[in-house]
Design a protein around this ligand. Structure first.
Ligand SMILES: Cc1cc2nc3c(=O)[nH]c(=O)nc-3n(C[C@H](O)[C@H](O)[C@H](O)COP(=O)(O)OP(=O)(O)OC[C@H]3O[C@@H](n4cnc5c(N)ncnc54)[C@H](O)[C@@H]3O)c2cc1C
Length: 510
């Protein structure tokens, strides 16, 4: 059999997706002699947003062997313990979606089921989640690796400057053998019969050939969409937000909180992401319900400090490619699809794409069976995230604008309708292996958006009531004390990885 092992990979695009892919391939496959080339165009630039992450990013950074402090200093990062949702279920209501778990299961019975029975007597479920307890107090400390300690239950991700992250990863990838080529791709050369991509051709005529291509060209989908014609599934009927305006501003207001804040607005929602040197802010909205000028005015009226840049308007269509991998092209990043940034899932999907690509990296040529497997897993992962994000818009009592009236009355995918109904009846919830969001995530958002199970699991009634009540009281006290003992997030960041002077508003809530 002839040797059809891939000898060269070309990555098209140098945004977060391109450099994350380059770094991962440089770490794992460059030592085996794989030639890796990345093409990007400074004239086109990157999308320029994307600052909040989810906990699996720690695994990605660890796989590369990055030093956490150096990475956080270089990207001006802060810690993220979850998201604070303001005005979502109803105007005036606030809830947290924390990472980390709620309580402990009791004799195999889910904690939220036990909590549901005693909810009136023991307080909100967030009191049983150390990550939320720390977030609410604006405090932070690193988790304890000892699983016997309550501090082991704390989970975190980061807020960082995505542009600086890409630069940091470039500094990792280039010395490990990745060749960067600056230039604008003008055309794509394909095999006459198979349609396999053979080369990308730059405006100045340079031809960059490869055995395999990773399309990280952003919303354009230069290879996967424009060259190979893989269709895009449009999810606008469930996720009508199709625009965003982003403006970073000076660090002010509540300062360096260890959480992202998502505030629901009349026709969308506003993000607040605190970094060490500034706050990332933006309004994600539906152009069918509000125009650009009004969205910008709303954002400007609700900034924590003076803007540090001009507004960046973005347009997008929520959805995904029918196949992320087609022939010898694998799309990673925005070229593969985009679900609006409410739960900060895009960078995670880049990571998940890279992880699967490495796990299914072609041995002797591209194998359609393995390509199908990649696409099957990707579709399941993205569809799951889609459902989770739609939940935030569907489960609301808001009816103050056309936008919210549309969302609360829309028909959602069957998979989500089923989950909502199962939870609303008896708090039932079942995990699936490849899902990003687990029990804590769904429970936090379902309860936070006002879906309280009508009954609890009948198995809870077999537990001794007094003992359980005592146990719950003991646990919430332990969690509150542990959170109180942590330093403020601002202090911790300044000491651990400070890239700049701590903000004047550092500290804890009044
Ligand atoms: C409003 C908004 C907020 C977001 N917030 C978050 C968040 O909080 N968390 C999160 O995880 N994600 C977020 N995202 C998503 C995140 O920004 C992206 O997933 C991430 O930046 C990856 O983008 P990318 O690398 O795929 O594309 P891009 O950044 O667009 O990069 C594309 C690259 O391709 C190159 N390119 C394109 N065409 C050509 C050509 N013809 N020739 C040569 N090069 C070319 C460009 O130069 C660039 O280098 C957000 C997205 C939006 C729109």
């Amino acid at each position: 059999m002839s040797d059809q092992r891939l000898k060269s990979v070309v990555i098209v695009g140098g945004g977060t997706a391109g450099w994350m892919t380059a770094a991962a391939l440089a770490k794992t496959l460059a030592p085996q002699g794989l030639k890796i080339t990345l093409v990007e165009s400074e004239a086109i630039g990157t999308v320029g947003v994307g600052e909040a992450t989810v906990p699996p990013i720690l695994t990605f950074n660890a796989m590369l062997g990055l030093d956490e402090r150096a990475f956080m200093r270089a990207t001006k990062a802060s810690f993220k313990l979850g998201i604070e949702f303001v005005d979502w279920g109803a105007i005036g209501e606030t809830y947290h979606h924390p990472f980390g778990t709620f309580g402990l299961d009791v004799e195999g019975i889910k904690f939220h089921q036990v909590w549901r029975k005693f909810a009136d007597q023991v307080g909100p479920i967030g009191d049983f989640n150390l990550t939320e307890a720390a977030a609410r107090r604006w405090r932070f400390a690193l988790p304890d690796p000892d699983p016997a300690k309550v501090m082991s239950s704390l989970k975190y991700a980061y807020h960082f400057d995505a542009g600086l992250y890409a630069r940091f990863l470039r500094g990792f990838a280039e010395p490990r053998g990745v060749t960067r080529i600056e230039g604008r791709i003008a055309s794509v050369a394909q095999h006459g019969e198979t349609g396999f991509v053979e080369a990308v051709v730059l405006e100045d005529g340079r031809r960059i050939e490869g055995d395999f291509f990773v399309d990280c060209s952003g919303f354009r989908g230069l290879l996967i969409g424009q060259a190979l014609g893989v269709p895009y599934q449009d999810w606008s009927r469930w996720l009508p937000n199709n625009r965003a305006v982003a403006i970073p501003c000076e660090l002010g207001g509540d300062g360096l909180t260890p959480f992202t804040r998502a505030t629901a607005r009349e026709a969308g929602w506003q993000w607040r992401i605190p970094l060490q040197h500034r706050i990332g802010a933006g309004y994600v909205y539906s152009s069918h319900h509000i125009d650009d000028d009004r969205a910008l005015d709303t954002l400007l009226a609700n900034l924590d400090g003076r803007p540090t840049e001009d507004p960046n308007f973005l347009r997008f269509t929520p959805g995904r490619r029918e196949r992320a991998w087609d022939r010898n092209v694998c799309a990673i990043g925005l070229s593969a699809g985009f679900i609006e940034p409410l739960e900060s899932t895009s960078i995670h999907m880049i990571q998940a794409g890279i992880t699967k690509l490495l796990a299914l990296f072609p041995g002797n040529g591209v194998d359609p069976l393995e390509t199908d497997e990649y696409n099957r897993l990707t579709a399941a992962q993205v569809d799951h995230i889609r459902d989770f994000v739609i939940l935030h818009f569907k489960a609301t009592q808001r009816d103050d604008t056309d936008y919210w009236r549309y969302l609360s009355s829309m028909t959602v995918p069957d998979s989500l309708a089923r989950r909502m109904e199962l939870f609303a009846q008896r708090g039932r919830w079942f995990p699936s292996n490849y899902d990003l969001f687990h029990e804590t995530n769904w429970t936090a958002v379902l309860l936070g958006q006002g879906i309280i199970p009508e009954e609890w699991d009948p198995l809870v009634d077999s537990l001794p009531e007094d003992q359980i009540r005592q146990r719950l009281a003991g646990l919430s006290t332990l969690i509150a004390r542990t959170a109180e003992a942590m330093p403020s997030h601002a202090e911790f960041v300044a000491r651990y990885c400070g890239a700049a002077a701590p903000s004047s508003t550092s500290g804890v809530p009044a």
